[in-house]
Design a protein around this ligand. Structure first.
Ligand SMILES: Cc1cc2nc3c(=O)[nH]c(=O)nc-3n(C[C@H](O)[C@H](O)[C@H](O)COP(=O)(O)OP(=O)(O)OC[C@H]3O[C@@H](n4cnc5c(N)ncnc54)[C@H](O)[C@@H]3O)c2cc1C
Length: 460
């Protein structure tokens, strides 16, 4: 089997049927380029002498999603529609439960192709589709560099255990899919679709949580925007990536996580662009690829092999034991979730981080670590702290609700980490102090940076 073939899994044992088109049900990989699921659909359709239709099911109640997430996603889908139109492919956007939209349109399909997601509901949707579709359903894994089952058959212990397993295969998978052009256009097929030309109108039709506003002053969704940002990152920031990884006052990071979360950019494409860049030193490129491939795919491995990935129970035994032993320790400060979300703590650095998250939908990795550690310190108990951290993470971050969200939050509580010196509240869980921020980075400059970002947000 070639590396490209190991990305494909048959989800049922039905036949390819006579049909009007091959359907690609797009869900995770929301892009029209470097998308192996779309490429497979086109190849199969050409072989069957049929057109391809790409469908997206827009649900009101996507777990934990709000207006901020929907706006960014719809901007990306606008890009998808335009790019598919240029290829002669019809993009159909229908309101409804995603697998139901796929099943309804799938009734006329010879074959259904879908992409792969790793969270609980994404997997359940694909099982429903595979069980109820009349024709064959093929899944294509295009949002990781190395497919999850090629890397490992179990939840990996830490980055150091997954790294060699990924490295063994990575060169085979750092290859972009060959561009395939459809031979039969589907643009004129009479299929109902929402009109994406006015995003506000589409949003008005949805009953989504409107409590968290969009962050268009900082992030616009879509593959074109992701590529533009990536080019700017490589040109201006890659050369500082290794040195500035723990320097939140700088902007020497790629901001690719929202685009990766919505599948608007391929991790293979990102990795190749950075690997082959002339900018920066080997150490910068290696540091970036470590985060993008090893750390990100450790998170995918965690979510895939850990049924309770979003619950306190997902933590390793040693972590729950030590946190349990310190659950009754007295705490100097306890803040409610409301006080935290209002950025009203005694700690100006933490408040700045919370404001960055609220107003921009993003936060530097180093501050995410500090932000999470303090919620553990300031909550009445560790289980409550876990739930609060995950809920706020997924509410405000554009890249929230991602495997990286669950792994990042679990890391705060000891997952993928080791035991440290014992101390109150934290037990043997790694601790972070405000004095550490003052020593290691220019934290005052970070606070000033956030003040500027908040002003920019208010001006918009
Ligand atoms: C408490 C906590 C919560 C987090 N929540 C999220 C979340 O909701 N969504 C999310 O995507 N990431 C999350 N992360 C991981 C990480 O902070 C972000 O992926 C990163 O900051 C995104 O910025 P960037 O794209 O500029 O990263 P860059 O530094 O430019 O890195 C490139 C890519 O590598 C991956 N990456 C970078 N750092 C990490 C990391 N520490 N772990 C795993 N992958 C990484 C990301 O996909 C990122 O886009 C969290 C980390 C912590 C400690």
């Amino acid at each position: 089997m070639t590396a490209a073939e190991t990305r494909i899994q048959a989800l049922n044992d039905r036949e390819i049927l006579p049909g009007d088109y091959v359907l690609y049900w797009m869900q995770q990989s929301q892009r029209a380029e470097h998308n192996p699921a779309l490429d497979l659909a086109i190849r199969e359709a050409n072989h069957l002498k049929l057109p391809v239709v790409v469908a997206f099911g827009l649900t009101d109640d996507y777990p934990d999603a709000n207006l901020r997430h929907y706006r960014f996603m719809l901007e990306g889908l606008q890009d998808v529609e335009a790019a598919l139109r240029r290829k002669g492919i019809r993009f159909v956007l229908q309101q409804g439960s995603p697998p139901q939209v796929a099943l309804d349109l799938g009734r006329r399909a010879a074959l259904i192709v879908c992409d792969r997601g790793y969270t609980r509901h994404q997997r359940e949707w694909r099982w429903t589709l595979a069980a109820e579709a009349g024709c064959q359903v093929l899944q294509v894994e295009g949002d990781v560099v190395v497919p999850v089952a090629v890397v490992s058959q179990k939840a990996e212990y830490a980055a150091r255990t997954i790294r060699p397993r990924i490295q063994k295969h990575v060169d085979d998978y750092l290859v972009l899919p060959r561009v395939v052009r459809p031979r039969h256009a589907s643009l004129d097929l009479p299929l109902d679709s929402l009109d994406l030309s006015d995003i506000d109108e589409v949003l008005a039709k949805l009953k989504v949580d409107r409590g968290v506003p969009p962050v268009t002053a900082f992030f616009q969704g879509g593959t074109s925007e992701a590529k533009k940002r990536l080019r700017a990152f490589i040109r201006k920031h890659l050369a500082h990536y290794d040195k500035h990884r723990n320097q939140p006052q700088t902007d020497d990071i790629s901001h690719m996580s929202p685009y990766l979360h919505f599948g608007q950019v391929s991790p293979v494409y990102l990795a190749l662009q950075v690997r082959d860049a002339r900018e920066g030193q080997g150490i910068d490129r290696a540091a970036y690829l470590e985060e993008l491939i090893v750390r990100r795919e450790l998170a995918v491995n965690f979510v895939y092999f850990t049924p309770d990935y979003d619950r306190y129970a997902c933590l390793p035994d040693w972590a729950r034991k030590t946190l349990g032993e310190h659950a009754a320790d007295s705490r100097e400060n306890i803040y409610s979730r409301e006080e935290l979300e209002a950025a009203q703590t005694h700690d100006p650095y933490w408040n700045a981080a919370m404001r960055e998250m609220k107003y921009t939908g993003f936060m530097h990795n180093y501050m995410r670590m500090y932000w999470g550690k303090k919620i553990l310190e300031w909550s009445a108990g560790p289980e409550e702290a876990f739930d609060t951290t995950l809920a706020i993470n997924n509410k405000y971050f554009l890249d929230g609700r991602d495997p990286n969200s669950f792994a990042g939050v679990a890391w705060v509580f000891g997952k993928h980490d080791r035991a440290w010196f014992e101390r109150p509240v934290f037990g043997k869980i790694r601790y972070m102090a405000a004095s550490g921020l003052e020593r290691k980075c220019d934290i005052k400059a970070y606070v000033r940076k956030v003040d500027r970002l908040v002003r920019k947000s208010e001006e918009n």
